[in-house]
Ligand binder design. Structure first.
Ligand code: ATP
Length: 296
Protein backbone atom coordinates (compact mmCIF):
# COMPACT_ATOMS: atom_id res chain seq x y z
CA UNK A 1 0.00 0.00 0.00
CA UNK A 2 2.92 2.32 0.76
CA UNK A 3 6.46 1.66 -0.34
CA UNK A 4 9.37 4.03 -0.38
CA UNK A 5 12.90 3.39 -1.54
CA UNK A 6 15.80 5.47 -0.24
CA UNK A 7 13.43 8.35 0.42
CA UNK A 8 15.40 11.41 1.49
CA UNK A 9 14.52 15.02 2.26
CA UNK A 10 17.06 17.72 2.98
CA UNK A 11 16.35 21.24 4.14
CA UNK A 12 19.65 23.01 3.46
CA UNK A 13 22.23 21.25 5.64
CA UNK A 14 19.62 19.35 7.62
CA UNK A 15 18.68 15.84 6.50
CA UNK A 16 15.14 15.55 7.90
CA UNK A 17 14.46 12.14 6.31
CA UNK A 18 17.38 9.92 5.49
CA UNK A 19 17.30 6.95 3.07
CA UNK A 20 13.91 5.65 4.23
CA UNK A 21 12.49 2.31 3.05
CA UNK A 22 8.88 2.15 4.24
CA UNK A 23 6.85 -0.99 3.66
CA UNK A 24 3.16 -0.79 4.59
CA UNK A 25 1.07 -3.78 3.51
CA UNK A 26 -2.56 -4.25 2.69
CA UNK A 27 -4.54 -4.60 5.94
CA UNK A 28 -1.87 -3.16 8.23
CA UNK A 29 -2.41 -0.75 11.05
CA UNK A 30 1.09 0.66 10.72
CA UNK A 31 2.47 2.83 13.51
CA UNK A 32 5.16 5.29 12.46
CA UNK A 33 6.92 6.14 15.68
CA UNK A 34 9.50 8.79 16.42
CA UNK A 35 10.38 11.59 18.81
CA UNK A 36 9.44 15.18 18.00
CA UNK A 37 11.53 16.38 15.10
CA UNK A 38 12.52 12.89 13.90
CA UNK A 39 10.98 13.48 10.46
CA UNK A 40 7.51 11.91 10.66
CA UNK A 41 5.54 14.86 9.36
CA UNK A 42 8.03 15.48 6.58
CA UNK A 43 7.66 11.83 5.52
CA UNK A 44 3.84 12.03 5.56
CA UNK A 45 3.95 15.23 3.52
CA UNK A 46 6.19 13.57 0.93
CA UNK A 47 3.90 10.52 0.74
CA UNK A 48 0.96 12.79 -0.06
CA UNK A 49 2.85 14.92 -2.56
CA UNK A 50 2.67 18.02 -0.33
CA UNK A 51 6.44 18.42 -0.36
CA UNK A 52 8.90 17.11 -2.92
CA UNK A 53 11.51 14.54 -1.92
CA UNK A 54 15.15 15.41 -2.45
CA UNK A 55 15.70 11.86 -3.73
CA UNK A 56 14.18 8.39 -3.62
CA UNK A 57 10.94 6.78 -4.82
CA UNK A 58 7.42 6.58 -3.42
CA UNK A 59 4.63 4.18 -4.33
CA UNK A 60 1.12 4.59 -2.96
CA UNK A 61 -1.54 1.98 -3.80
CA UNK A 62 0.96 0.55 -6.28
CA UNK A 63 1.37 3.81 -8.22
CA UNK A 64 4.26 6.21 -8.33
CA UNK A 65 3.97 9.43 -6.36
CA UNK A 66 3.75 12.33 -6.88
CA UNK A 67 3.38 11.53 -10.62
CA UNK A 68 0.08 9.66 -10.12
CA UNK A 69 -1.36 11.92 -7.45
CA UNK A 70 -4.47 12.67 -9.55
CA UNK A 71 -5.60 9.04 -9.52
CA UNK A 72 -4.14 8.01 -6.16
CA UNK A 73 -5.13 10.78 -3.77
CA UNK A 74 -8.93 10.44 -4.21
CA UNK A 75 -8.55 6.91 -2.80
CA UNK A 76 -6.47 8.03 0.18
CA UNK A 77 -7.88 9.71 3.28
CA UNK A 78 -5.35 12.04 4.87
CA UNK A 79 -4.97 14.02 8.03
CA UNK A 80 -1.80 16.08 8.27
CA UNK A 81 -0.77 18.31 11.17
CA UNK A 82 -3.19 21.15 11.83
CA UNK A 83 -6.18 20.09 9.71
CA UNK A 84 -7.29 23.08 7.66
CA UNK A 85 -10.90 24.25 7.88
CA UNK A 86 -12.89 27.40 7.22
CA UNK A 87 -13.13 28.87 10.72
CA UNK A 88 -16.36 30.81 10.11
CA UNK A 89 -18.30 27.76 8.86
CA UNK A 90 -19.78 24.90 10.86
CA UNK A 91 -18.09 21.52 10.81
CA UNK A 92 -20.91 20.23 8.65
CA UNK A 93 -20.55 23.08 6.12
CA UNK A 94 -16.81 22.41 5.96
CA UNK A 95 -17.38 18.76 5.13
CA UNK A 96 -20.03 19.62 2.51
CA UNK A 97 -17.49 21.94 0.86
CA UNK A 98 -14.73 19.34 1.09
CA UNK A 99 -16.97 16.62 -0.36
CA UNK A 100 -17.65 18.79 -3.40
CA UNK A 101 -14.06 19.97 -3.92
CA UNK A 102 -11.01 18.88 -5.85
CA UNK A 103 -10.08 16.00 -8.09
CA UNK A 104 -11.83 13.47 -5.88
CA UNK A 105 -15.14 15.41 -5.70
CA UNK A 106 -17.99 13.13 -4.77
CA UNK A 107 -21.43 12.96 -6.37
CA UNK A 108 -23.92 15.52 -5.12
CA UNK A 109 -26.53 12.88 -4.39
CA UNK A 110 -26.06 11.37 -0.97
CA UNK A 111 -23.75 14.22 0.11
CA UNK A 112 -25.78 15.18 3.18
CA UNK A 113 -26.01 11.56 4.37
CA UNK A 114 -22.27 11.02 3.75
CA UNK A 115 -21.41 14.07 5.83
CA UNK A 116 -23.77 13.07 8.66
CA UNK A 117 -22.26 9.61 8.69
CA UNK A 118 -18.67 10.90 8.79
CA UNK A 119 -19.47 13.31 11.64
CA UNK A 120 -21.16 10.58 13.63
CA UNK A 121 -18.25 8.18 13.08
CA UNK A 122 -15.80 10.60 14.69
CA UNK A 123 -18.15 11.58 17.51
CA UNK A 124 -19.13 15.11 16.38
CA UNK A 125 -22.80 16.13 16.53
CA UNK A 126 -24.09 16.46 12.93
CA UNK A 127 -26.50 19.25 13.98
CA UNK A 128 -23.89 21.40 15.78
CA UNK A 129 -24.39 25.01 14.55
CA UNK A 130 -21.24 26.51 16.04
CA UNK A 131 -18.51 27.72 13.69
CA UNK A 132 -15.22 25.80 13.65
CA UNK A 133 -13.42 28.78 15.21
CA UNK A 134 -15.10 27.81 18.52
CA UNK A 135 -13.89 24.19 18.31
CA UNK A 136 -11.28 22.77 20.67
CA UNK A 137 -8.11 21.24 19.18
CA UNK A 138 -9.60 17.78 19.76
CA UNK A 139 -12.79 18.72 17.87
CA UNK A 140 -10.76 20.09 14.97
CA UNK A 141 -8.79 16.87 14.91
CA UNK A 142 -12.03 14.87 14.74
CA UNK A 143 -13.30 17.10 11.94
CA UNK A 144 -10.08 16.48 10.00
CA UNK A 145 -10.57 12.77 10.47
CA UNK A 146 -14.19 13.03 9.31
CA UNK A 147 -12.97 14.73 6.12
CA UNK A 148 -10.48 11.89 5.61
CA UNK A 149 -13.33 9.37 5.91
CA UNK A 150 -15.71 10.99 3.42
CA UNK A 151 -14.31 9.16 0.43
CA UNK A 152 -14.38 5.74 2.14
CA UNK A 153 -10.66 5.43 1.43
CA UNK A 154 -8.71 2.18 1.05
CA UNK A 155 -5.80 3.82 2.79
CA UNK A 156 -5.79 6.33 5.64
CA UNK A 157 -2.62 8.37 6.23
CA UNK A 158 -2.84 10.15 9.58
CA UNK A 159 -0.24 12.40 11.15
CA UNK A 160 -0.64 12.32 14.95
CA UNK A 161 -4.41 11.66 14.77
CA UNK A 162 -4.96 11.79 18.53
CA UNK A 163 -3.13 15.08 19.00
CA UNK A 164 -5.11 17.31 21.38
CA UNK A 165 -7.56 14.62 22.44
CA UNK A 166 -8.24 13.63 26.05
CA UNK A 167 -7.92 9.95 27.10
CA UNK A 168 -11.58 9.26 26.34
CA UNK A 169 -11.22 10.86 22.89
CA UNK A 170 -8.04 8.88 22.22
CA UNK A 171 -9.88 5.67 23.02
CA UNK A 172 -12.82 6.61 20.74
CA UNK A 173 -10.51 7.34 17.82
CA UNK A 174 -8.56 4.15 18.43
CA UNK A 175 -11.78 2.12 18.38
CA UNK A 176 -12.93 3.90 15.22
CA UNK A 177 -9.62 3.18 13.45
CA UNK A 178 -9.74 -0.48 14.47
CA UNK A 179 -13.32 -0.76 13.16
CA UNK A 180 -12.29 0.80 9.86
CA UNK A 181 -9.32 -1.55 9.64
CA UNK A 182 -11.53 -4.57 10.33
CA UNK A 183 -13.72 -3.40 7.43
CA UNK A 184 -10.70 -3.39 5.10
CA UNK A 185 -9.02 0.02 5.38
CA UNK A 186 -5.23 0.03 5.68
CA UNK A 187 -4.09 2.60 8.22
CA UNK A 188 -0.77 4.41 8.46
CA UNK A 189 -0.49 6.67 11.48
CA UNK A 190 2.36 8.61 12.97
CA UNK A 191 2.75 9.13 16.67
CA UNK A 192 5.36 10.02 19.26
CA UNK A 193 3.47 7.91 21.83
CA UNK A 194 4.60 4.32 22.08
CA UNK A 195 1.53 3.33 24.13
CA UNK A 196 -0.74 4.43 21.33
CA UNK A 197 1.16 2.36 18.78
CA UNK A 198 1.38 -0.65 21.07
CA UNK A 199 -2.37 -0.76 21.63
CA UNK A 200 -3.51 -0.73 18.05
CA UNK A 201 -0.80 -1.38 15.50
CA UNK A 202 0.04 -4.61 13.69
CA UNK A 203 3.28 -3.24 12.29
CA UNK A 204 5.66 -0.57 13.41
CA UNK A 205 8.40 1.58 11.95
CA UNK A 206 10.66 3.61 14.21
CA UNK A 207 12.30 6.80 13.03
CA UNK A 208 15.30 8.26 14.83
CA UNK A 209 16.75 11.54 13.56
CA UNK A 210 15.43 10.86 10.08
CA UNK A 211 16.59 7.25 9.85
CA UNK A 212 14.51 4.12 10.20
CA UNK A 213 15.99 2.07 13.02
CA UNK A 214 13.35 -0.65 13.15
CA UNK A 215 10.51 -1.94 10.99
CA UNK A 216 8.64 -5.17 11.63
CA UNK A 217 5.37 -6.80 12.63
CA UNK A 218 4.53 -6.18 16.29
CA UNK A 219 3.77 -9.89 16.77
CA UNK A 220 7.31 -10.74 15.64
CA UNK A 221 8.94 -8.07 17.77
CA UNK A 222 7.20 -9.12 20.96
CA UNK A 223 7.21 -12.88 20.23
CA UNK A 224 7.81 -15.22 23.17
CA UNK A 225 11.49 -15.53 24.05
CA UNK A 226 11.71 -19.26 24.80
CA UNK A 227 11.60 -18.48 28.51
CA UNK A 228 8.93 -18.76 31.16
CA UNK A 229 8.62 -16.35 34.05
CA UNK A 230 7.38 -17.75 37.35
CA UNK A 231 6.24 -15.70 40.33
CA UNK A 232 6.39 -17.55 43.63
CA UNK A 233 7.12 -16.69 47.28
CA UNK A 234 9.21 -19.93 47.50
CA UNK A 235 12.12 -19.04 45.24
CA UNK A 236 14.77 -21.33 46.79
CA UNK A 237 12.52 -24.36 46.62
CA UNK A 238 11.55 -23.56 42.99
CA UNK A 239 15.26 -23.35 42.08
CA UNK A 240 15.87 -26.72 43.67
CA UNK A 241 13.04 -28.27 41.67
CA UNK A 242 14.07 -26.73 38.35
CA UNK A 243 17.85 -27.04 38.69
CA UNK A 244 19.89 -25.96 35.66
CA UNK A 245 16.80 -24.75 33.81
CA UNK A 246 16.72 -21.60 35.95
CA UNK A 247 18.27 -18.72 33.99
CA UNK A 248 17.92 -15.82 36.38
CA UNK A 249 16.39 -14.73 39.65
CA UNK A 250 14.66 -11.59 40.82
CA UNK A 251 12.67 -10.72 43.92
CA UNK A 252 9.79 -13.23 43.99
CA UNK A 253 10.42 -14.23 40.38
CA UNK A 254 12.52 -16.65 38.39
CA UNK A 255 13.10 -16.97 34.68
CA UNK A 256 13.20 -20.53 33.36
CA UNK A 257 14.50 -21.86 30.07
CA UNK A 258 11.29 -23.35 28.59
CA UNK A 259 8.66 -22.80 25.94
CA UNK A 260 5.97 -24.58 27.96
CA UNK A 261 4.53 -22.73 30.99
CA UNK A 262 1.97 -25.52 31.58
CA UNK A 263 4.72 -28.13 32.02
CA UNK A 264 6.68 -25.92 34.46
CA UNK A 265 3.48 -25.13 36.36
CA UNK A 266 2.56 -28.82 36.68
CA UNK A 267 6.05 -29.66 37.93
CA UNK A 268 6.05 -26.94 40.60
CA UNK A 269 2.45 -27.24 41.76
CA UNK A 270 2.72 -31.05 41.70
CA UNK A 271 5.55 -30.79 44.24
CA UNK A 272 3.36 -28.62 46.48
CA UNK A 273 4.91 -25.22 45.68
CA UNK A 274 2.63 -22.20 45.40
CA UNK A 275 2.78 -20.38 42.05
CA UNK A 276 1.18 -16.93 42.05
CA UNK A 277 1.72 -16.17 38.34
CA UNK A 278 3.31 -17.96 35.37
CA UNK A 279 3.56 -17.31 31.64
CA UNK A 280 5.88 -16.93 28.64
CA UNK A 281 8.42 -14.13 28.98
CA UNK A 282 7.92 -11.49 26.31
CA UNK A 283 10.02 -8.45 25.56
CA UNK A 284 7.89 -5.32 25.68
CA UNK A 285 7.63 -3.21 22.56
CA UNK A 286 9.10 -0.37 24.62
CA UNK A 287 12.27 -2.42 25.26
CA UNK A 288 12.55 -3.35 21.59
CA UNK A 289 12.18 0.27 20.49
CA UNK A 290 14.61 1.61 23.09
CA UNK A 291 17.22 -0.98 22.15
CA UNK A 292 16.88 -0.20 18.46
CA UNK A 293 17.23 3.55 19.11
CA UNK A 294 20.23 3.05 21.42
CA UNK A 295 22.13 0.89 18.94
CA UNK A 296 21.40 3.27 16.04
P1 ATP B 1 6.85 16.50 15.39
O1 ATP B 1 6.41 15.29 16.11
O2 ATP B 1 7.39 17.58 16.30
O3 ATP B 1 5.88 17.03 14.39
P2 ATP B 1 8.30 15.23 13.26
O4 ATP B 1 8.88 13.89 13.58
O5 ATP B 1 7.03 15.27 12.53
O6 ATP B 1 8.18 16.07 14.58
P3 ATP B 1 9.33 16.93 11.19
O7 ATP B 1 8.29 17.98 11.42
O8 ATP B 1 9.20 16.09 10.00
O9 ATP B 1 9.44 16.00 12.47
O10 ATP B 1 10.74 17.65 11.21
C1 ATP B 1 11.98 16.98 10.99
C2 ATP B 1 13.09 17.99 10.97
O11 ATP B 1 13.00 18.79 9.77
C3 ATP B 1 13.07 18.98 12.12
O12 ATP B 1 14.38 19.23 12.52
C4 ATP B 1 12.44 20.21 11.52
O13 ATP B 1 12.89 21.37 12.18
C5 ATP B 1 12.93 20.16 10.08
N1 ATP B 1 12.00 20.80 9.15
C6 ATP B 1 10.73 20.42 8.88
N2 ATP B 1 10.17 21.20 7.92
C7 ATP B 1 11.11 22.11 7.58
C8 ATP B 1 11.16 23.21 6.66
N3 ATP B 1 10.11 23.51 5.88
N4 ATP B 1 12.30 23.91 6.58
C9 ATP B 1 13.38 23.61 7.34
N5 ATP B 1 13.40 22.59 8.24
C10 ATP B 1 12.30 21.85 8.36
Amino acid sequence: MIRTRSLTKRFGDLTAVDDLDLDVRDGDVYGFLGANGSGKTTTVRMLLGLVLATSGDIELLGESMPASRGSVLPRVGALVEGPGAYAHLTGRANLIAFDAAGAGAMKRSGRSARVTDALEQVGLAPGDRRPVRTYSLGMRQRLGLAAALLRTPRLLVLDEPTNGLDPQGIREIRELLLRLNAAGTTIFLSSHLLGEIEQMCTRVGVLDRGRMVLQDDVATLVAPTGRVVVHTPQIDWACELLGHRVESLGPGRIVVNSTDPAEINALLVGAGLSVSEIGPLRISLEDVVLRASESA
